[in-house]
Write a protein of this length. Structure first.
Length: 223
């Protein structure tokens, strides 16, 4: 579920669009992603997280929330091998990837989420990845609340479906609610880390929280 932001009309829109495009086409991560066949520069965020926190290994079951256009799935497939089971979920369509089961659904919709969770009742999920982002309104307080809300949904999904000892990666914007969410997440994992990958743009408020070794058992939250 990737961010889609409206632009202001008129001259500002034109100038902003040109500036963004100039930055995008000259971005070294964009160029390297194109060279290596990754669908987005975001691939390098997961690569760095994996190298630092040892997330991926052969024969896993991985759920990727907010997967489109699929660059994180590509990284999982490349680094964890062909026998790893990958389930990708996004409200946006995603072009097919070999070895990836894609489900188009709105993870923030309660009815669709309930239908999704039925599919995972018996699954032993080793890793949940969440690169979910809200559609930005430009109102910082509202966008911050939506970001934390999506992170909470992803954490609740982990609490219900992640196997004991499994790992979790979630994107959250820094700001109001971030510290409380990190504290809550820390109640469910042996270790939690805040990471700002080099491929994350400096101006972005995004931070990736990594939860290692899900505690499970009596630490599960009952809703």
């Amino acid at each position: 579920m990737k961010t889609r932001t409206g632009l202001n009309s008129g001259v500002k829109k034109h100038r902003f669009g040109k500036a963004w495009m100039h930055e995008h086409v000259n971005d070294p991560y964009v160029k390297e992603a194109q060279r290596l066949g990754f669908r987005a520069r975001a691939a390098f965020k997961l690569i760095e997280l994996d190298e630092r926190d040892h997330l991926l290994r052969p024969n896993m079951t991985v759920v990727d929330l907010g997967a489109a256009p699929g660059s994180w799935c590509q990284v999982v497939r490349k680094r964890a091998g062909a026998k790893t089971k990958i389930i990708a979920i996004d409200i946006l369509p995603m072009e097919g990837l070999n070895g990836v089961h894609f489900i188009q659904a709105d993870f923030s919709d309660a009815n669709e989420l309930r239908e999704l969770e039925v599919r995972f009742d018996d699954a032993a999920i080793d890793l949940v990845l969440s690169d979910l982002s809200p559609n930005l309104s430009g109102v910082e307080s509202a966008d911050q609340a939506r970001s934390v809300g999506l992170a909470e949904l992803a954490l609740d999904f982990c609490v219900r479906h992640l196997r004991t000892g499994g790992d979790f990666v979630v994107k959250v914007f820094q700001g109001t609610g971030f510290a409380d969410f990190r504290r809550t997440m820390g109640e469910h994992f042996e270790k939690t880390y805040a990471r700002k990958p080099k491929a994350s743009r400096d101006r972005s408020r995004e931070i990736y929280l990594v939860g290692k070794r899900f505690l499970g058992g009596e630490n599960r939250v009952c809703r």
